[in-house]
Design a protein around this ligand. Structure first.
Ligand SMILES: [Zn+2]
Length: 494
């Protein structure tokens, strides 16, 4: 398997800047890029990454998702004076042109495609591209929200055409709705079935203050089960950090550490093929720290402990419930959602400071055929473990195990998000392939494939629901239903 993490940065992309006064656009400053890069340098992360040069995206590549008219307008701004630039900028919602904007936007597209190539060719395992202008608000025929060309949408289409991919997962964790990406794929029937676009977006006008546990809960109860069922061949992240604490745009409370966890989870998909592309993030310190956390995780460093109370807020729980309800017709893992469970009793062994999942594992994973595994692990074991926040994780595997090698290895990989990745495995089994697989998972190599997705049985779904109901008062990360709200939480199947 490929190793190494690519980092793409080109100082040229700092030449795009606002030439006049505009209180909406003045936060999208060149320092967003340069100070993030400086922060990576100060943590000695730059030298640990594989340097991949940026290039200009070609017109042909831009036309993969944009109209010729949009390209021509952007091109024409290169020779304009300030007055003309201002006039053309006013045609769009929250965008500014500079004579170097077209060049920078082409570099942003090209840098993103260079990263896709580095990952898909096996030169590196994963990577991050620090780009400006960002892309996820940009639409087929319009600049919008600081974005000129939709870097991520172009990358997805490029990867599909060049590498013949069938399933690409786009995760957008920017605080704003990546409507550009959504519209581009929604409008075009060619994209149907190829991409799954997940956007955890919150309108900051009526919902502020979402924090670490809200993002993690959304991953456990929505994104990860969908992603494992979807089984992508490549994961691309629209990585906006304006959900970070201190950001004037998002007004959210996610700390930089949470991005390590989200990155760590996504690294378990698509055989580790993960491309992270910068979108928003306007608080320079918070942005720089979050970028560093992401890159450290991509490099395989221990995942830092999450701080703060592990309890999602009511509106996050409600929106998780809404999304699950809306997606029920499309996903096998949600097939039994909402049906009433039978009564089920179970006891947890809690002994001093040690929380033993043995009994749970036994009951939940016993005869875990196919993808009962995902419902048990994502719907129960991880939320409980994240609520508990251990300082050390021990995995014991006996000879009479009911879990397959892929399952054990993925469990080992996912649990490394806890206890600052302090984990060890005790294996009472002489099966060499099990030991090799677990050792690989401990080293951060991705887990063996699961094969064709088999939905969980109704019995297993009911067991997990009953367990959640029983224990969610104590282990708050288990909550995934509340009352309805107007919190926006979008995800689209295309
Ligand atoms: Zn944003």
């Amino acid at each position: 398997m490929a190793s190494g993490t690519a980092l793409i940065y080109d100082e040229e992309m700092t030449t795009h800047k606002l030439l006049w006064s505009d209180p909406i656009c003045d936060i999208e400053v060149p320092e967003r890029l340069s100070s993030s890069y400086e922060q990576l340098r100060s943590y000695q992360l730059v030298e640990r990454c594989v340097h991949v040069p940026a290039r200009e995206g070609s017109e042909e590549e831009i036309l993969l998702v944009h109209s010729l008219e949009h390209l021509e307008v952007a091109k024409s701004t290169q020779t304009m004076n300030e007055e003309e630039l201002k006039r053309v900028s006013e045609n769009y919602d929250a965008f500014f042109f500079h004579p170097s904007t077209f060049h920078c936007a082409r570099l942003a597209v090209g840098a993103t495609l260079q990263l896709v190539d580095a990952v898909m060719s096996g030169k590196v395992r994963n990577g991050m591209a620090l780009v400006r202008p960002p892309g996820h608000h940009s639409q087929r025929n319009a600049a919008n929200g600081f974005c000129l060309f939709n870097n991520v949408a172009i990358a997805a289409e490029y990867a599909k055409l060049k590498y013949g991919l069938q399933r690409i997962l786009i995760v957008d964790w920017d605080v704003h709705h990546g409507q550009g990406t959504q519209y581009i794929f929604e409008e075009d029937p060619r994209f149907e079935g190829f991409f799954f676009f997940f956007n955890a977006s919150v309108s900051h006008t009526f919902q502020v203050g979402m924090g670490n546990s809200d993002y993690l809960a959304a991953f456990f109860h929505v994104l990860l089960p969908m992603a494992f069922e979807f089984d992508p061949e490549l994961v691309i992240v629209s990585s906006g950090y304006d959900s970070g604490i201190g950001d004037p745009e998002g007004q959210m409370n996610a700390t930089p550490e949470v991005f390590s966890h989200l990155t760590h989870f996504l690294m378990q998909l698509a055989n580790g093929k993960l491309c992270v592309i910068l979108e928003g993030g306007y608080h320079l310190k918070s942005l720089g720290e979050s970028v560093c956390m992401t890159v450290k995780t991509l490099l395989g460093d221990p995942v830092p402990q999450i701080t703060g109370e592990m309890a999602p807020c009511l509106s996050a729980v409600e929106s998780i419930q809404n999304v699950r309800a809306a997606h029920k017709p499309y996903w096998k893992w949600l097939a039994y959602e909402g049906k009433s469970p039978f009564c089920f009793v179970l006891y947890l062994e809690i002994w001093g400071f040690i929380f033993v999942l043995t009994n749970l594992l036994l009951l939940l994973l016993k005869d875990a055929e196919g993808n009962d595994f995902f419902s048990a692990v994502l719907g129960f074991i991880l939320p409980v473990a994240y609520s508990y926040q251990p300082n050390l994780t021990v995995i014991a595997v006996g000879p009479n195990r009911s879990l397959g090698i892929s399952g054990i290895s993925l469990l080992v990989a996912l649990l490394q998000g806890l206890a600052e990745s302090r984990i060890f495995a005790v294996i009472e089994d002489t099966e060499i392939s099990l030991m090799q697989s677990v050792a690989k998972a401990l080293l951060g190599a991705s887990t063996p494939p699961f094969g064709i997705y088999v939905p969980p049985t109704q019995e297993k779904v009911n067991k997990i629901k009953a367990l959640r109901d029983q224990f969610q008062q104590e282990w708050k990360m288990l909550q995934c239903s509340g009352k309805l709200s107007d919190f926006i939480f979008n995800s689209y199947i295309l």
